[in-house]
Design a protein around this ligand. Structure first.
Ligand code: GLN
Length: 244
């Protein structure tokens, strides 16, 4: 049995709106049901990160004021370790505010909050309406057939991808990165950013399994199948909510 999967939640108290912590529970349950060891730790303000101690780093969504605090701490105490972890193949997943902080910057009025720069994206807080609602995107990972991710988005920031930056997916319904480009999220090697809360993984367990497999360095097809009748209904209902 591969594993254990060692997950580090970054700022779980500050970066956790829309119950983003449900994403971590899904990872834990799906590992445990398969007999895969799971270890969860967290890293908050002022705490150092060991780049070799985790296969997956997770950062959820946050209010602007909490994001500001975390952004400063990310730069001061965790930036180098996160880059080292990503370079050795660890996965980094950021949701909404967490996604914004994985990019180069988040600009609020005249203030530019620097991010860790693992994704080539820049986000600007717009005066226009917040981009809110159910969302579904089409995602193609590795050589897999396209899959749908469904969730809920609520962000004031508009995110632009740099010239070589791959999006995570194509918007089927909803706003995505900026409400205009038809693109959602960003994916670079092992770093993934998305605006989908939902929470993301309870509504899309196929993606939870992809993350588990990728973090453990195995093929998703090698994971033992689970009885996913309720999870499939959850996914269908999230898709219906988005109109897909
Ligand atoms: N504060 C950020 C924004 O409004 C992120 C919000 C969130 O994480 N939902 O764009």
């Amino acid at each position: 049995m591969p594993g254990p999967l060692r997950v580090c939640a970054l700022y779980p108290d500050l970066m956790n709106i829309y119950a983003d912590r449900g994403n971590l529970t899904v990872l834990e349950r799906r590992c445990s049901w398969r007999g895969i060891g799971f270890q969860m730790s967290s890293s908050g303000l002022g705490e150092q990160l060991d780049p070799d101690a985790h296969e997956l780093f997770y950062i959820g969504g946050g209010q602007d004021r909490d994001q500001r605090l975390c952004a400063q701490d990310l730069i001061e105490t965790k930036r180098a370790a996160l880059h080292a972890a990503a370079a050795r193949g660890a996965l980094v997943l950021g949701v909404c505010g967490g996604y914004q902080l994985l990019g180069h910057s988040y600009t609020l009025d005249t203030e530019e909050i620097p991010g860790v720069g693992l994704l080539d994206v820049r986000t600007v807080r717009d005066d226009g309406p917040r981009l809110i609602g159910n969302i579904a995107i089409e995602v193609t990972l590795d050589a897999q057939r396209p899959h749908v991710l469904a969730g809920f988005e609520n962000h004031g920031g508009r995110t632009q991808l740099g010239p070589g930056q791959r999006p995570l997916g194509r918007v089927l319904k909803g706003h995505g990165n900026d409400g205009r480009s038809g693109l959602e999220g960003a994916l670079s090697a092992n770093t993934i950013g998305t605006y989908l809360h939902g929470p993301l993984l309870p509504k899309n367990v196929w993606f939870a399994d992809w993350l588990i497999a990728r973090a453990l360095g195995i093929d998703p097809a090698e994971l033992a199948p689970l009885q996913d009748a309720i999870e499939r209904q959850t996914h269908e209902s999230a898709r219906r909510a988005a109109g897909v």
